[in-house]
Design a protein around this ligand. Structure first.
Ligand code: B12
Length: 505
């Protein structure tokens, strides 16, 4: 019988055509899973389709040329339509192949389904997960590092491999994260990704998984894999950064900055302190001054953290201010107030750190008045940068999972139990509609509405808020960034920049 290490696997990263620029930072999740297979001796390839408009043609040609029969896809919710198109091409070209899906959409719709089962109802999570069951041979929920071996095992007859909860032997328990490989960034064309922090070339890293908070709009609040904060030792994080800086120097395109994608860097203040101290020592060792960027939770932020972060090389912090209305902050369960957010911003500024306020509108009960309060917060507190978004109900978020169908409105409605505020959202077929989230500036659509604000009015208010605040802060208007499309003509060999073959075969 075929041993698992004899099974070659091609990971496929679907494009995110709704984003203005898809080559900013790569997806680390599938690269972590690929790294485990590589270590096991499997032949591993990665087809990174980020930025390719003609991705279906690429898949078609790839399947013709390769002898690989097992495909492992990753997807967030808005990538599912592209993933579904890829599956069609794989089924046509390699009908005997096994197609596995992992990543946030699988994990979060499965959690939604589990919540539905507990509540004895049939709801949106279940419907979305059932669609995936129809499309894929295997679905991996949660951490893929161990679960991929189960998914590839010919003996395993399960459709769903659940590694998303603490009880699963496939869940990476706290204290074990150091046992796993760094993401196999060498399997993609890393140098085609570009981001600069303070003029320093940057890559992305995730030091800590999970966030214990309960924000209504955030995916995974009922999912242990997203909710349980799991840190790895600071030494392990530092080793990953040093390793990537070293590799980038070898490639002649050195990094001297890193973007931390932890949900919140200061969930454990002690960890943040250690991280900053070790970052300082690492820069001495490497003989380079580096820059860092990351997210903080306002109510946990202190002047000591601000100073240490500055000393370590952080220059810009991002924080989910979300709203200037205390009523909205309470409704979305943010555990902050507009005053707490102002204090956080001032701590950052006093330490010399720039502050980017992430604002969102379209929460349950949002009105002209609450949006005005948000605009006023920005005008009064003068962050260095600001981002305005309209809330989307993504699977796995309480706004999504706890919605019920409103026959009168013919839409899903979420009711916040304490304030009684409501948020409606249009039903979406996740396998075909990616356009419901627009990442391209100037091209927004709102799929939510409140008692006081229609979808159209939310779009007007978002655009207005962005214009007024950016003018006042003297920030340039957000224009559509140059859209990078990596075209590929049929009849040519696959360009080597999208396909890297692991040396271990
Ligand atoms: C970094 C990040 C981004 C970055 C970079 C994205 C990128 N190219 O990597 C940016 C800023 C661009 C971004 C954008 C968006 N993001 Co984002 N992002 C994140 C964040 C903070 C970290 C992702 C990460 O690196 N995680 C660590 C890795 C190790 O975990 P992982 O990717 O989940 O992979 C593990 C498992 O899922 C699984 N797995 C993954 N793929 C596969 C494949 C196989 C075959 C297997 C077996 C297993 C497997 O194994 C992996 C290892 O354990 C997460 C939140 C989080 N903490 O995870 C949100 C998150 C993924 N983003 C989210 C959202 C909503 C978005 C946007 C739609 C937001 C927006 N409004 O713009 C866009 C869309 C992006 C897209 N292309 O689809 C949601 C997804 C919700 C959903 N229902 O899909 C998340 C979960 C945040 C949240 N809690 O709500 N994001």
């Amino acid at each position: 019988m075929e041993k698992i290490h004899d099974i070659p696997v091609c990971f496929i990263i679907p494009p995110s055509t709704f984003l203005a620029d898809e080559r900013v930072f790569p997806f680390l999740g599938p690269l972590k899973v690929a790294a485990e297979l590589k270590k096991n001796g499997n032949k591993v390839e990665v087809l990174d389709l980020s930025g390719y408009g003609n991705f279906e043609e690429i898949v078609e040609q790839y399947v013709k040329e390769t002898d690989i029969k097992n495909f492992a896809l990753t997807a967030t919710t808005p990538q599912i339509p592209a993933a579904a198109k890829i599956v069609n091409k794989l089924r046509e070209g390699a009908p005997e192949g096994k197609i596995i899906l992992g990543g946030p959409h699988t994990t979060l719709t499965y959690t939604g389904m589990t919540e539905d089962l507990k509540a004895g109802r049939l709801s949106r999570g279940t419907l979305a997960y059932r669609q995936l069951e129809g499309l894929f041979d295997k679905l991996v929920v949660g951490d893929g590092e161990l679960a991929i071996f189960r998914a590839l095992d010919p003996e395993c007859k399960l459709k769903t491999i659940d590694a998303g909860n603490l009880k699963s032997p496939l869940f990476m328990q706290k204290g074990t994260l150091e046992n796993f490989e760094f993401p196999a960034r060498d399997l993609i064309d890393l140098d085609s990704y570009h981001y600069y922090i303070d003029g320093h070339r940057a890559f992305s890293v995730i030091a800590q998984l999970g966030c214990p908070f309960e924000c209504g709009f955030c995916g995974g609040r009922d999912s242990q894999v997203f909710r349980v904060a799991r840190s790895r030792s600071i030494n392990h994080v530092i080793s990953e950064i040093e390793y990537e800086v070293g590799k980038s120097r070898e490639r002649g395109n050195p990094y001297s900055a890193a973007m931390f994608y932890d949900d919140e860097l200061n969930i454990s203040p002690k960890n943040l302190e250690n991280l900053c101290q070790e970052l300082i020592l690492m820069q001495e060792r490497l003989g380079v001054e580096m820059r860092f960027r990351g997210f903080v939770k306002a109510e946990l932020f202190t002047p000591t953290q601000a100073k240490l972060m500055y000393d370590a090389g952080f220059r810009m912090l991002l924080s989910g201010v979300e709203s200037g209305s205390d009523e909205m902050l309470k409704t979305m369960k943010k555990h902050t107030t507009s005053l707490i957010n102002s204090i956080c911003l001032n701590y950052a500024k006093d330490a010399g750190l720039k502050f980017k306020a992430l604002m969102s509108i379209g929460h349950p009960g949002e009105s002209e008045k609450t949006v005005r309060e948000s605009v006023d917060w920005v005008l009064k507190n003068k962050p260095d940068d600001v981002d305005w978004t309209i809330i989307t109900q993504y699977p796995g978020s309480p706004y999504f999972d706890k919605s019920i169908y409103d026959d009168q409105e013919q839409a899903w409605v979420y009711v916040e139990t304490k304030t009684g505020h409501k948020l409606w959202s249009r039903a979406i077929d996740y396998t075909v509609e990616a356009e419901y989230y627009k990442g391209v500036p100037g091209d927004y659509t709102s799929y939510v509405w409140t008692k006081y604000l229609s979808s159209e009015r939310l779009v007007e208010l978002r655009d207005g808020a962005e214009q007024v605040t950016r003018n006042a802060l003297k920030l340039p208007p957000i224009t559509e960034a140059a859209v990078l499309q990596f075209e590929h003509s049929m009849g040519q060999n696959l360009p080597r920049n999208i396909l890297r073959v692991s040396s271990i075969v």
